[in-house]
Every structure is written in C-alpha cells, then in structure tokens.
Design a protein around this ligand. Structure first.
Ligand code: GTP
Ligand code: MG
Length: 409
C-alpha cells in the first residue's frame, strides 16, 4: 500500500515538473526578440549590434536609460584644452579675405600731379601771368601778394617772397617766360625748403618696431592716412601692426581694421570707450611680440581747445614710451581748413611734440600755400600729402614735384 502511494506521489511530481518546464519554456519564448532565429537557439538574448539586411533597422533599446548624473562630463581643464568647436560641414567657412598688393610709392606724386595741378592752378599759373605783365607796377605787385595770401601762404612768407621777386625781376630787366618760370620756381622752392628730412621714420634702428602716432582734430583724415600709410609700408615690404586707439566709436576701430585687413596688417583693438593709452600700449607690445617692423597708432580726433582731450593724448604718448621712444608723431591737417590749421598745429605741438605733418585733401583746395605756412609755424616738415580718397592717394611730399605741379611745365 505504501509503495502504491509512493508511486502515485512520484508520478504526480513528475507530471508537475514536466508541465512546469513547458510553461517556463513558453514564457522564455515570449521574452525572445522578434527575431527569425530558430527557436532551437534560445540562448541568444541580445540583438546583434548592427541590424542586418532584412532585420528591423532600429536597434531595440534594452539598456536602461542613463540619467543625466551618470553622463561623464569633461573636467574644466579638458574643456579648456579641447574647445568644442564642432565643425558643421554644411556651414561653409568664410572665404579668406583677399590681400591686396598696393602700388609702389616711388613716383606716386608724379601720378597724382595732375590732381595737384588742377587744384593749385590758380596759385602757380596766376603768379606767372602776373609776373609776365609788361609793366610790373604797384598794383600788379599787390595782386601777386593777394594771390599768395589767398592760397594761404601766410602774411610773413608772402611779404618775403614778394620782396625777393621784386629784387630779382629788377636785376633781370627784360624777362622771357622761361626766365620767369625758373625764377618763380627757385623762389617757391626756397620758401618750401629743400633741406628738410621728409622721410617718415619707420625704422627704429633697434630690434623693436618703429612707432608712429597719428594725431589731429576731428575729420582731418587720420584714420584714412593711417590706412594709406600701412599700405605704403606693406608695399615696401615692411610688416605693420595697427593700434586702434580711437576708442570713442566702435566704427572708428572697424574703419581702421578694414584698412588693415586689406593688406594683411593686424589691428589691435580695445573695448569701446576703453582707455586709448592702454590700446596703444598693447599694440606696441603686440608689435614687439610679432617682430613687426612698424606699429601705427591711430588716435581719436580731438579739438585742440578741449584740454581734457589734449591731456589724454599726452598720456597716450607717455604710456607708449614705456616700451621705448615714439619715432614719429604725424599731425594730420586738412588743407581746406586753411589758417585754422596753424592754430591746431601750435596746440598739438605743445602736447605731443610733432615730428611731421600730413596735409590731406590737397586735391580739393587751391590753398596749397598752407604747406609753407604750417612748416614755418612749426618748424616741422610736411612729409606726406593726401590727394584723394583712394587707397593709394597718399604721396611722399617732394618739393620739386610739388612746385612743378603748381607752375606747370
Ligand atoms: N578728397 C580727399 N578726401 C580725404 C583725404 N583724406 C581723407 N579724406 C576723407 O576725409 C574723410 C575723413 O577721413 P577720416 O580718415 O575718417 O578722418 P579722421 O581724422 O580719422 O576722423 P575722426 O577719427 O572722426 O577724427 C573721409 O571721407 C576720407 O575719405 C584726401 O587726401 N582727399
Ligand atoms: Mg579716425
């Protein structure tokens, strides 16, 4: 009896075990991925890493999602070392700006002579016509004087010139047109001066770059001149760094940078309304670091009557001088403003010790005589002249070519 009961129990356990296996086997099948893998290989529980042809493209997401805390963030140092500059191939890189090759400086004044002659005709031709009159009476000499004064030669130089012309004409007696021309040419040249060193000092004579500061009242052409000068230097094979020390207007800095970009000269900028002296200082520092040949510093236009602004200009120069001497301070004067330029020149000279004058806009005025007047006033030579708004319309001032343009060949 006991044996029978035992047999029944064993049988029941066996049946239960078998049915349990079947159930669990069915459960397992349900858990399998919907793959077409034969059910005889139920050990494959993970999907293939890459979906294959004929399989569903989307990889089932069986991994538990990572929370944001578990994502490993780069350390501060790593972030600094490797800036996350993800390049988007769809965003095309901006085209490299084309670097221009400025025209050489030699012979510029000859090219621009026609422009000069046009504007200065009244002076040179007027004088020649008057001197050619048969009778040089007092009235004629007064007219000669007026012509010179109108051209802004200035009172003292005019009287000197008229005096010398009178003397020479008297000695000469009869005058041929050629003789008169030579006479006038000589006297105008003497007035302008042929002995000045008119070269812009762009060689420091040291390992460090030469420093040139450009100063003047508002709108005279400082930034334009700085840009044109950079081109002249680059054309002559020099490397240039520009300092945008006009921090009053963001546009002023952009204006200078545009000039620099065109010839591949780097522009050092500061924050708007920042300290111009510190921008100038940084520009020279950069020039030294780069091993540049010349640093050109453009300054903000300032009225000579504003003492605060004039003091600021003095500071810019003093701060730059911590690096070494400033080799050239160019005062930019607008030739069309005439005698007012002399007043400006006087005040600027006191503050920053001008070493050269740039006379701009000579293309637009008949008052070329200002060249004489301003040199007299400052005892400083005109070194460059602006003869137009074009990028290469800046010429070294050559007295002979200038006078020839005045009186014609
Ligand atoms: N015709 C002519 N125009 C010139 C010459 N030089 C400069 N200009 C023009 O004069 C205007 C003023 O020139 P800028 O270089 O901006 O003058 P700036 O002295 O820097 O002016 P601020 O920075 O505002 O004081 C511009 O329109 C120039 O194109 C020149 O020689 N001839
Ligand atoms: Mg400017």
């Amino acid at each position: 009896m006991e044996i029978v009961i035992l047999a029944v129990v064993i049988a029941l356990v066996a049946v239960g075990a078998i049915s349990g296996l079947v159930v669990s086997s069915r459960k397992k099948k349900k858990q399998l991925p919907p793959a077409k893998a034969p059910s005889s290989t139920p050990t494959i529980t993970a999907p293939p890493a890459e979906p294959h042809v004929g399989e569903e493209a989307e990889t089932p997401r069986e991994e538990p999602r990572r929370t944001i805390e578990e994502v490993e963030l780069p350390t501060a140092e790593e972030a600094l070392e490797a800036p996350a500059a993800v390049e988007d191939p769809l965003v095309a890189a901006p085209p490299e700006p084309e670097i221009e090759v400025p025209e050489p400086t030699a012979g510029r004044l000859v090219r621009l002579r026609a422009r000069l002659a046009r504007s200065q005709n009244t002076l040179g031709k007027g004088l020649l016509t008057l001197l050619s009159r048969e009778h040089l009476d007092e009235e004629t000499w007064e007219e000669i004087e007026d012509t010179l004064l109108t051209a802004d030669v200035g009172v003292a130089p005019t009287q000197e010139l008229v005096e010398r012309l009178r003397e020479r004409v008297r000695v000469l007696g009869t005058r041929t047109p050629d003789e008169l021309r030579t006479l006038l040419r000589d006297e105008l040249l003497a007035l302008i001066g042929t002995d000045f060193d008119r070269s812009v000092k762009t060689d420091s004579g040291l390992d460090t770059p030469a420093v040139v500061m450009v100063v003047g009242v508002n709108g005279t052409g400082k930034t334009t001149t700085t840009g044109k000068l950079a081109r002249v230097l680059v054309a002559d094979g020099r490397s240039v760094v520009l300092g945008a020390a006009d921090t009053f207007r963001a546009a002023a800095t952009d204006q200078l940078q545009t000039w620099g970009d065109r010839v591949g000269a780097r522009t050092i900028r500061g924050p708007e309304n920042g300290d111009p002296a510190s921008v100038a200082y940084d520009a020279v520092k950069e020039g030294i670091a780069e091993g540049a040949d010349v640093v050109l510093i453009d300054t903000a236009g300032r009225l000579h009557t504003k003492t605060g602004l004039m003091d600021e200009l003095g500071k810019v120069k003093r701060v730059v001088e911590k690096h070494g001497p400033v080799n050239e301070v160019l005062l930019v004067l607008d030739a069309t403003t005439g005698q007012n330029g002399l007043v400006q020149a006087r005040v600027f000279r006191e503050v920053v010790d001008i070493t050269g004058i740039v006379l701009t806009k000579l293309d637009g005025t008949a008052k070329g005589g200002i060249v004489v007047a301003v040199q007299r006033e400052l005892g400083v030579p005109v070194k460059l002249i602006g003869l137009g708004e074009g990028p290469d319309d800046l010429a070294p001032f050559e007295p002979e070519a200038f006078v020839d343009a005045l009186i014609g060949d």
